[in-house]
Design a protein around this ligand. Structure first.
Ligand SMILES: Cc1ncc(C[n+]2csc(CCOP(=O)(O)OP(=O)(O)O)c2C)c(N)n1
Ligand SMILES: [Mg+2]
Length: 604
């Protein structure tokens, strides 16, 4: 007779579902016998609704990136299942991204069985169980997760799933990592109190409620902003909460405050708003708007400026308001602020706006004059950018023209994922995102996020078009064969546009910033990708994607239109667009002339 025990594996999956997890992004192994069995039983019984939907992920980096993309778009934490130490290691830099990006996710990993002589069901019976026995599996990710804990008994396994998700979701949000040995996952679990779908379970484990500013701090910031001559907001990730975008807009309009986005990985402030004063990245020059500010509110930022090259004046009064105001998880971090406050940004900004109104200290004529002056700065900036939105003289594509064409083709409602690296600034300046939740970056720096994140984003928002703008290097980092296969299998098509500069521009740029007239400047950085890989062809082969390569600017709008039509019909599309090369091709005896392998897909 079939074994119909109610196992800990089943209980773990039910607890995830109770906690609002829709998808389990999984890469399976011998540690997951109980999980495989639980899904099989549920399929046999027609009871899969009690479990998260199983999404097979051929690579763990893609699995975690997909869970990240889903959570960034929907705000809902998902779960990832990985195989012992091997799968945990393959999460790789995606753990860095969810950690730095403050994205909630539950990661569950099996542990090698802890018995070997047949003492318990699930004990060692395959050679790998000795090889996968490691001293400190959680140590692989401990530097990045908020919570790491081994489930040692099935008696409280459900509770630990809820606790891990509660910690992951509470701000500052991030990853939680649970481990369980195979014997525990195979053990019989106690029946859940009140049945698997016991109502009310979820509310007992809600994340910590949003935190407000202390009243005297709200007063102080409001008075400083109202009395300033040149107040400025700098933000990077305030748009994690769309309500904070609205709250910031209201405060800025009331008090005539300009906004600079520094290293934006979210849409933080409408790009078309006259108080939007542009973006800053790893700039080598001082931003005059930052230098002129007398009061600076840093509202949600890890890197509001690069102090060695670009900073506020020493006399500026700086306030840091953030859910993570002094970055306890970074070893070196300092902004010379008058006050640091931990608060939910939407709540804090509403408080400050209310206090500005109640204090009555605003000089409305001064505010209007300032707003008009800033609108002039905004306009001049946009005119400069618009002038760059044309092809190069020889008819090839410039990054600015590429983003302008994408903007026109996709419209304002698309979800754009950016991993454009040296073209990050170009994406922001020419995409001009104005809708909260319309632009996302990884929040970290481990490349390849967009491949999986696009799948997660589409699962979270099936009615919206998902578009990734990525470097050619970043495309390859994203394990495209896995990501594109998942997109087809799970009906999550998206458009990927590759800034194909045939190599890594960023490391060369970094070298030139430190060695402006060194050998790299003279002979190049050697990071070109010749012979060129057929990147769209990878997507076509693995996921049946529409593939095209574009070299002529004049053909770009048509190619984008065709690709988008394919995406709307349910098929992913990948377009590689040739932009000026990152590095000249290598030459010499170690680099024979490449043989052209030919390309799959359309060539324009
Ligand atoms: C996982 C990972 N490995 C290496 C790096 C270092 N790195 C930063 S940018 C970059 C090159 C990215 O190439 P591409 O996506 O083509 O963008 P480009 O520099 O050409 O604009 C590399 C290798 C990184 N950030 N993450
Ligand atoms: Mg590149």
């Amino acid at each position: 007779m079939a074994d119909r025990r109610y196992t800990v594996s089943r209980a773990l999956l039910e607890a995830m579902r109770e906690a609002g997890v829709t998808y389990l992004f999984a890469n399976l192994g011998s540690d997951h016998t109980g999980i495989v069995e639980a899904y099989a039983q549920a399929r046999g019984d027609g009871g899969t609704d009690a479990l998260p939907e199983l999404v097979l992920c051929p690579h763990e980096f893609v699995a975690l990136s997909a869970a990240q993309g889903y959570a960034q778009v929907s705000g809902e934490a998902q779960a990832v299942l990985v195989h012992v130490d091997c799968g945990t290691q393959n999460l790789g830099g995606a753990v860095h991204n969810v950690s730095r990006g403050r994205v909630p996710v539950l990661i569950l990993a099996g542990l090698s069985p802890v018995t070997a002589e047949g003492e318990l069901p699930g004990g060692r019976n395959e050679f790998i169980h000795w090889l996968q026995d490691t001293a400190d599996q959680a140590g692989i990710v401990r530097g990045y997760v908020k919570y790491a804990h081994e489930i040692r008994t099935g008696r409280n396994a459900r509770q630990l799933v809820h606790r891990a998700l509660q910690i992951a979701r509470s701000e500052p949000a991030g990853p939680a990592y649970l481990l369980a040995g195979r014997e525990v996952m195979e053990d019989t679990a106690p029946a859940p109190p009140g049945g698997p779908d016991a109502p009310g379970q979820r509310q007992w484990w809600s994340p910590v409620a949003p935190m407000a500013l202390a009243p005297q701090v709200a007063d102080e910031i409001a008075a400083a902003l109202a009395g300033a001559d040149a107040p400025l907001v700098v933000t990077s990730y305030l748009g994690r909460d769309p309500a904070a975008v609205t709250a910031l807009t209201e405060l800025c309009e009331l008090a005539g405050i300009g906004v600079i986005e520094s290293v934006p990985m979210w849409m933080n402030f409408p790009a078309g708003h006259p108080l939007h004063l542009g973006y800053q990245w790893s700039t080598t020059t001082q931003n005059p708007l930052l230098a002129d500010a007398d009061v600076v509110l840093v509202a949600g930022s890890d890197v509001p400026w690069i102090p060695a090259t670009n900073r506020p004046s020493p006399g500026a009064r700086i306030y840091v308001v953030d859910i993570d105001p002094i970055k306890e998880r970074m070893t070196l971090w300092h902004v010379p602020a008058a006050r640091y406050a931990r608060a939910d940004l939407a709540t804090a900004l509403r408080q400050v706006t209310a206090r500005v109104r109640e204090q009555g200290g605003l000089d409305t004529a001064k505010v209007a004059a300032r707003a008009e002056r800033l609108a002039g700065v905004h306009r001049a900036q946009r005119e400069r950018w618009a002038a760059r939105e044309r092809p190069a003289g020889d008819g090839t594509v410039t990054p600015e023209y590429l983003v302008a064409c994408v903007r026109e083709a996709i419209g304002p409602d698309a979800i754009v994922l950016t991993e454009a690296i040296t073209n990050y600034p170009v994406v922001c300046e020419h995409l001009q995102p104005s809708r909260p939740g319309s632009l996302f970056g990884s929040g970290g720096s481990s490349l390849g996020w967009a491949g999986g994140a696009a799948v997660g984003a589409k699962l979270a928002a099936p009615d919206r078009t998902v578009v990734s703008l990525v470097g050619d290097g970043s495309f390859l980092f994203g394990v495209p064969a896995s990501a594109q296969w998942m997109a087809r299998r799970y009906g999550a098509p998206s458009l990927t546009v590759i800034f194909d500069n045939q190599g890594w521009a960023a490391p060369v740029m970094s070298a030139l910033m430190v060695h402006p007239s060194g050998a790299t400047a003279a002979v190049g950085g050697g990071t070109g990708f010749a012979p060129e890989a057929d990147l769209p062809g990878v997507a076509a082969a693995a996921g049946g994607a529409y593939a095209a390569t574009v070299s002529e600017a004049g053909k770009l709008p048509v190619a984008l239109g065709l690709a988008l039509a394919e995406v709307r019909r349910g098929r992913s599309a990948v377009i590689s667009v040739h932009v000026p090369p990152a590095a000249p091709p290598p030459s010499g005896p170690h680099h024979p002339a490449p043989v052209d392998p030919g390309q799959k897909g359309d060539s324009w």
